[in-house]
Design a protein around this ligand. Structure first.
Ligand SMILES: [Zn+2]
Ligand SMILES: [Zn+2]
Length: 182
């Protein structure tokens, strides 16, 4: 059964392909950019973000696609996809679509437990900076190579066939950036 997901108000719904759960990786990122981006979108900075990584073509939208937008915290930053209807962070997508991976915020899944245990933590403020990173990079690199070989980097909801983002892009203003990182 594909796993459903939605924004917090329910206007945006979609699903993750079954195959993603066999190969995907769940990880926590503690970095300042992730924390500030969630603060900008929701009003509250979390201690970390909890993400389930899979290939871009694992994600499909069923309703509310027009409510999605992309936030950039800096001009060349990752694509932070969020639902504008209710201010729900949804995904972080690799800036180059050929990298062929994205993730979904685990709390957007209808059944978050299906993402499995946390396998990777990155950018921690105290103790080891990263745990499990080798496994994650192996997985991400493996997905990128297989995506190049089988052409799936073209697929998924985030880019059109010409490689342009399918959602409106907003670069955070300097004023909002100062608030988000404070
Ligand atoms: Zn919503
Ligand atoms: Zn981060």
């Amino acid at each position: 059964m594909p796993q459903g997901f939605s924004c917090s108000c329910g206007a945006v719904t979609g699903h993750v392909a079954d195959s993603a759960f066999a190969k995907g990786t769940r990880g926590l990122c503690h970095c300042a950019d992730c924390r500030a981006s969630v603060k900008h979108i929701t009003g509250t900075a979390p201690a970390h973000v909890d993400l389930f990584f899979a290939s871009t073509n694992s994600f499909s939208y069923d309703t509310g696609f027009e409510n999605l937008a992309v936030l950039h915290m800096s001009p060349k930053g990752v694509h932070r996809v969020y639902a504008t209807c209710c201010g729900s962070p949804m995904h972080i997508v690799a800036p180059l679509r050929r990298l062929s991976y994205a993730n979904i915020f685990v709390d957007r899944l209808n059944a978050p437990d299906q993402a499995g245990p946390v396998q990777v933590q990155v950018n921690m403020a105290e103790g080891p900076k990263h745990t499990g990173l080798g496994r994650f990079l192996g997985g991400a690199a493996g997905r990128a190579v297989s995506g190049l070989l089988n052409g799936t980097w073209r697929d998924g909801p985030f880019f059109d066939p010409a490689g342009a983002l399918t959602m409106p892009l907003h670069l955070i203003s300097l004023e909002d950036k100062a608030k988000a990182y404070s």
